[in-house]
Design a binder for this molecule. Structure first.
Ligand SMILES: Cc1ncc(COP(=O)(O)O)c(C=O)c1O
Length: 375
């Protein structure tokens, strides 16, 4: 295996054999050959998404299925639980789709409290609730199982879940947790190139979708399900990316989902120990830290943007801060195929980069107390 020097919180490093798999010849997507391949490939998805129901593939980025889930399954009232940039995006999508969109917001860096969700559902009935499992912008992982239990106990709202930066790196149990749509772009903890989304659609969500009048075409999840059941995709798919998915699913399932989650947990713990020893603090609240991405605030006198740049100059990529947090944080994506020795090498390089940083002339503005902004 190549040594990994690319630690963005997505897209992530893609193994060489997976990149090479994309060089296979293109075939017709309605040919018998592709149909057999599709059925074999799709047959592996339930084990990753942990469902006995429909597990589907879309050509597009994660946002396509965030939008499709709202457009095609939510009749009218949507509650978005927000705690960072991507959960706020889902709220904007619901508003843009003409839904009656409410937001339950907690400050960036905090996780969604399931009891707050219970309260909101007691005050008003919703057709769907959107939840981002792992907020890549802040490095927060929400307690999805508990949130889903609260939603199920308090309401009949559909549970729409963005597992974009958790699937393949942390437990996501579509059936056991009663989730209706679970979606993930493939470019994060699944370690594939961007361009595909894998997702579930529960029977409950499909039944609701059947009653929604304007589901669009490319955004109609029922259409995805029906075509899938016939043995293919809805439109011309990104065939080369399917080849990559096939190769990488083999690797993921050979490692095993539980082993993969444990590896990510270990990488996060190691990053935390390194950070603590050098005076870095987590932007995510204690108890809510993500196993796939660490969003860190450097000690006094260290400019995170300069550190990211210094590492880039040495040939190593980590993520900068996101949105309002750009000046004060940076992010290490330890997900996908990152192994312990890859992370050790990065942390050693980060030490060298820290030592080489020029002294800071002015402190970055402290905007960490900034809460959510209106979408
Ligand atoms: C949690 C989360 N949701 C959604 C998205 C949007 O994904 P895409 O760019 O694949 O549409 C991202 C991208 O980083 C993300 O991290």
């Amino acid at each position: 295996m190549e040594k990994i020097r690319f630690f963005l919180p997505g897209p992530t490093y893609v193994p060489e054999d997976v990149r090479q798999a994309m060089a296979a010849p293109i075939v017709g997507h309605r040919s018998a050959e592709f149909r057999a391949f599709y059925q074999m490939l799709a047959g592996h998805l339930p084990a990753v998404l942990r469902t006995a129901g429909d597990a589907l593939i879309a050509t597009g980025s994660s946002t396509l299925i965030m939008e499709s889930a709202v457009v095609s399954t939510a009749a009218h009232d949507v509650l978005s639980l927000t705690c960072g940039a991507f959960s706020e995006r889902w709220h904007s999508i619901s508003r843009g789709a003409g839904k009656a969109a409410d937001r339950l917001a907690v400050p960036w860096g905090e996780a969604i409290d399931p009891d707050l969700v219970r309260g909101a559902l007691r005050r008003k009935r919703y057709d769907a609730v959107t939840v981002v499992h792992n907020e890549t912008s802040t490095g927060v992982m929400n307690p999805l199982a508990d949130i889903a239990r609260a939603i199920r106990e308090e309401s009949d709202a559909l549970i729409l879940v963005d597992a974009v930066s958790s699937l393949g790196g942390a437990p996501v149990e579509a059936d056991a947790w009663g989730l209706d749509v679970v979606l993930a772009g493939t470019q994060k903890a699944l370690a594939l190139p961007p361009g595909l989304v894998i997702f579930t659609l529960s029977d409950r969500a499909a039944a609701r979708a059947a009653k929604v009048e304007r589901r669009g075409f490319y955004t109609d999840l029922l259409r995805y399900r029906d075509k899938h059941r016939e043995g293919g995709p809805i439109t011309t798919p990104a065939i080369s990316l399917y080849y990559a998915l096939d190769r990488q699913l083999e690797r993921i399932l050979a490692e095993g989902m539980e082993a993969r989650w444990a590896r990510h947990e270990r990488l996060a713990r190691r990053t935390a120990a390194w950070a603590a020893a050098r005076g870095f603090t987590f932007a995510a609240a204690a108890g809510a830290r993500s196993p796939t991405v660490s969003c860190l605030r450097p000690p006094q006198g260290v400019d995170p943007q300069a550190l990211v740049k210094q590492l880039a100059g040495r040939g190593w990529t980590v993520g900068g801060g996101y949105g309002d947090w750009k000046p004060t944080t940076f992010r290490i994506g330890h997900m996908g195929e990152v192994r312990d020795d890859d992370l050790e090498a990065l942390l050693a390089e980060a030490d060298a980069a820290l030592a080489a940083l020029p002294p800071m002339t002015a402190a970055p503005p402290d905007r960490l107390a900034v809460g959510v902004s209106e979408a």
